[in-house]
Write a protein that binds this ligand. Structure first.
Ligand SMILES: Nc1ncnc2c1ncn2[C@@H]1O[C@H](COP(=O)(O)OP(=O)(O)OP(=O)(O)O)[C@@H](O)[C@H]1O
Ligand SMILES: [Mg+2]
Length: 416
């Protein structure tokens, strides 16, 4: 079958990815990616027991069930970093992280193709406002690397669209009158903002650039919240900020890396393990060092990060204190995560994020009363602590909660 006419939108997210299709007519629709699910975790698992490769929820399930192998998450965070081209050993092969991204993208392509019947020619891929903050060269490199990965997958016509603009184009579909909107896309890796004029009339224009009044973005997202909460609530149980015999804290590098999704697996390298072992003399309580070594030898880093993420979501949704189960590290070991902890530990990250939203409105030259709404999308936009901080900054502007995981992909398919 020849390529179907239309546009495929690919939202390659730090945490989750989604794909949407807009044919010659009608509305864009999300493609099922894993069974019925319309988004899937950006995760790859290499099974060392039978040399198979798994994606999405299936990847995470294998990892959590304790299958021997390697889990890759937060791959997008490597774009723009020299680590992208480093190779890593998977079974008997050495594969670069860029190739792992291409493998993941080809899975998205295959799954969309199953629904569409053939590989689409035209694809619009989302990109954050900044892949890398304050470094235009590395930022451009990040887009080039992503383009190479998408082209390697075999799409003929590849273009990019800013993720918050895509989110705005999706929101516009349901507007019945013109409105100037601050679109907020809070994801796993980045927080992006755009002030944009939207409306049924404007939708007809081929060139939307006059309607985009400002865009800003900051490299802070849900994985940074996870890291911060991990450092504050869990890592102290392994020795972070622990006072050693000479009144000196245990060197903190290993805890920072162990709490950072895309750096976790580097901690299992023999050199890093040997270093961790030498930290023993920096502890006054040897039990904490034992826990650290247990986490490293049993490779529980991703599992802890996953538990922290789930606790963050529980705490946010129920607005109630919760526990972080660490029984795999030590029998009955439990960390706490309270609403007050969330407020205290995420305060700075959220203040920087809200300041970036404010800057966007300032750059657009607008006052708050000219904003019709603040439209929220991206998984982290559901975070109650964030919504409170944003509402405090933009008092009186209505917050509209949108599609958490599919909006960007739909808007990419609507991009021209
Ligand atoms: N109910 C919730 N409350 C708070 N955070 C949530 C909730 N649900 C999901 N998240 C967080 O949302 C993030 C993922 O959001 P999303 O899928 O929009 O990101 P992404 O598109 O993969 O990332 P990016 O756009 O930055 O590349 C994760 O950090 C996850 O922990
Ligand atoms: Mg996103």
């Amino acid at each position: 079958m020849s390529s179907p006419l239309g546009t495929l939108g690919i939202d390659f997210g730090t945490s989750n990815s989604a794909v949407a299709w807009l044919g010659q007519q009608g509305s864009a629709r999300l493609m099922p990616l894993e069974g019925e699910a319309l988004a899937m975790p950006t995760a790859v698992f290499y099974n060392a027991e039978d040399s198979t490769t798994h994606f999405g929820r299936d990847a995470i399930r294998h990892y959590l069930e304790g299958t021997e192998g390697r889990l890759m998450r937060s791959l997008k965070s490597l774009l723009g970093s020299p680590l992208l081209l480093e190779t890593t050993q998977i079974g008997h092969q050495h594969i670069s992280f860029q190739d792992i991204i291409a493998t993941f993208l080809s899975t998205l392509r295959d799954r969309a193709t199953q629904t569409l019947g053939a590989v689409p020619r035209r694809v619009v891929v989302g990109r954050p406002v900044h892949f890398v903050d304050d470094d235009p060269e590395r930022d451009a490199q990040a887009e080039t690397s992503l383009r190479q990965a998408v082209e390697a997958v075999g799409f003929e016509e590849v273009s990019f669209q800013l993720e918050p603009i895509a989110a705005a184009l999706d929101y516009e579909q349901r507007l019945t009158k013109e409105s100037t909107v601050l679109v907020v896309d809070l994801g796993g890796g980045t927080s992006d903002f755009t002030v944009v004029r939207l409306g049924p009339e404007r939708m007809r224009h081929a060139d939307r650039s006059p309607d985009i009044l400002a865009t800003t973005g900051v490299h802070i997202g849900g994985t940074d919240y996870d890291r911060q909460l991990n450092l504050a609530q869990v890592m102290p149980l392994l020795g972070y900020k622990h006072m050693g015999p000479e009144h000196r804290e245990v060197p903190s590098g290993v805890f920072f890396d162990l709490a950072t999704w895309h750096l976790i697996h580097w901690q299992y390298q023999p050199r890093a393990m040997a270093h961790a072992k030498t930290l023993r003399s920096n502890y006054s309580d040897p039990r904490l060092h034992q826990r650290l070594m247990q986490v490293l030898t049993e490779r529980h880093g991703h599992l802890i990060a996953h538990e922290v993420e789930q606790a963050k979501i529980r705490c946010s949704v129920h607005r109630a204190d919760t526990g972080i189960d660490l029984s795999l590290v030590e029998r009955d070991l439990l960390a706490r995560l309270g609403v007050a902890d969330m407020q205290a530990h995420l305060h700075d990250l959220l203040a920087r994020t809200v300041a970036c939203a404010r800057e966007c409105v300032q750059r657009a030259g607008l006052t708050d009363d000219s904003l019709g709404a603040i439209y929220l999308t991206g998984g982290s936009s559901a975070l109650s602590t964030f919504q409170l901080a944003l509402q405090a900054e933009f008092a009186g502007v209505p917050l509209v909660e949108g599609d958490l995981f599919g909006g960007v992909a739909l808007g990419l398919a609507y991009s021209r």
